[in-house]
Ligand binder design. Sequence first.
Ligand SMILES: *[C@@H]1O[C@H](CO)[C@@H](O)[C@H](O)[C@H]1NC(C)=O
Ligand SMILES: *[C@@H]1O[C@H](CO)[C@@H](O)[C@H](O)[C@H]1NC(C)=O
Ligand SMILES: *[C@@H]1O[C@H](CO)[C@@H](O)[C@H](O)[C@H]1NC(C)=O
Ligand SMILES: *[C@@H]1O[C@H](CO)[C@@H](O)[C@H](O)[C@H]1NC(C)=O
Length: 450
Amino acid sequence: MKTFTVVAALAAAGSVFASPTPTEELVARASSTSLTAITVKGNAFFQGTSRFYIRGVDYQPGGSSKLVDPIADTTSCTRDIAEFQKLGINTVRIYTVDNTANHDACMSALAAAGIYLVLDVNTPLYSLNRASPAASYNSVYLQNIFATIDAFANYTNTLAFFSGNEVINDDTTTSAAPYVKAVTRDMRQYIGSRGYRQIPVGYSAADVDSNRLEMAEYMNCGTDDERSDFFAFNDYSWCDPSSFQISGWDQKVKNFTGYGLPIFLSEYGCNTNTRKFEEVAALYNTEMTSVYSGGLVYEYSEEGSNYGLVTISSSGTVTEGADFTSLQTAFKGTANPTGDGGYNSTGGASGCPVQSANWNVTSDALPAIPSGAAALMKKGAGVGAGLTGAGSQNAGGTSTGTATAGSGSITATATSTSKSAATSLQSFDKTPLMMTAFVLGMSFLGAALL
Ligand SMILES: *[C@@H]1O[C@H](CO)[C@@H](O)[C@H](O)[C@H]1NC(C)=O
Ligand SMILES: *[C@@H]1O[C@H](CO)[C@@H](O)[C@H](O)[C@H]1NC(C)=O
Ligand SMILES: *[C@@H]1O[C@H](CO)[C@@H](O)[C@H](O)[C@H]1NC(C)=O
Ligand SMILES: *[C@@H]1O[C@H](CO)[C@@H](O)[C@H](O)[C@H]1NC(C)=O
């Protein structure tokens, strides 16, 4: 939701991309406590042989105005994990981390509390720019998000990565979709090429009715290497008092029935009226669980827009608000369905959406990975930029052509994706990709933060 509006003066320097020193070995992080890694089967998540539902909150104390990595500091993460346990959640989403920080202690403490992490790999300085997607899809950017993958791949409680958040926020910005999809492809290839476990990668879409279904289909169409592992969207349509029908969630089940990937709500929790979180009972009910795998409540801490469950004082004291108690009660009163919740074990690809007034993508082809980033598949990303750095959006090292079918497949390691071979034989549209960016009058960051 909350569009990140800071217009950063971004250096147009090709020089900011420092290749990692070849001798620099990747320092994989290890957590001393481990949780069973989450896997994807059909349109659902699994924890071993049991269906897994995301019961979580969005977590970024300080918000976008005061960017802090919430899991780089043991004092604050330990404080908040105690609250997470009181809420009874199993997942947090974090929008921005510092990929140079050590997260061992907090990831271990989260794991000990049975909590997984869904992580956005972008930062305000290193992200796609929806106003100039072609320029911002470059090697400097990809190097930094690959470094974030390196920093989190070895924690078994890293549930999933978001490749982007609300990059597309209306119908005109849908022309940025090929870049969002290319980033997703590149992240999946990097994970496979580095020999990491198959950590799910997907996109978090904005709460936009007019192109939600197209976006979901697009992220799940084409060859296997181009398809996401899951799809998520932000949804503020259930405003208490409401119902499955009044909120329109019944339609969102109907419209996504047959979709071949897990879906969850990456943000929910309308605050128009007093929040009772009555949607929790619907979300984990079989009327939704055949299609949806839970969601994340926006948001843990109060950051000035009345979505916070708790307030954190300047001295770091946490005070639970009324919403905290309501959500805690809602979770306590809502068990997961027994059995597998009616999931679809088949899964599979969607067809690519056709161009329309709501969907401005003319070709199914994707931009090729920039050569500088392709080289990182073998040698690793090296050191990331953290929360500082010169920024990537105009750094150069962009894509120079259109990808060939299957070019994002993993060739360097034995690890392969689990998707069916049949879909990889789909024909490939060789029409050159329209690389001309749709230039908006306003310039703001594509990877909306919060
Ligand atoms: C990854 O973490 C596990 C423990 O969770 C550890 O045994 C293993 O050595 C780590 N791998 C690397 C490459 O550090
Ligand atoms: C569609 O996107 C192309 C760039 O890919 C742009 O030139 C065109 O103006 C866009 N059309 C609309 C209606 O937004
Ligand atoms: C569901 O699909 C119908 C038909 O395509 C569309 O009119 C409607 O807006 C969609 N509803 C939701 C909630 O996505
Ligand atoms: C299960 O998923 C497949 C592939 O997406 C789809 O063809 C089928 O209709 C789905 N079945 C149900 C009952 O939704």
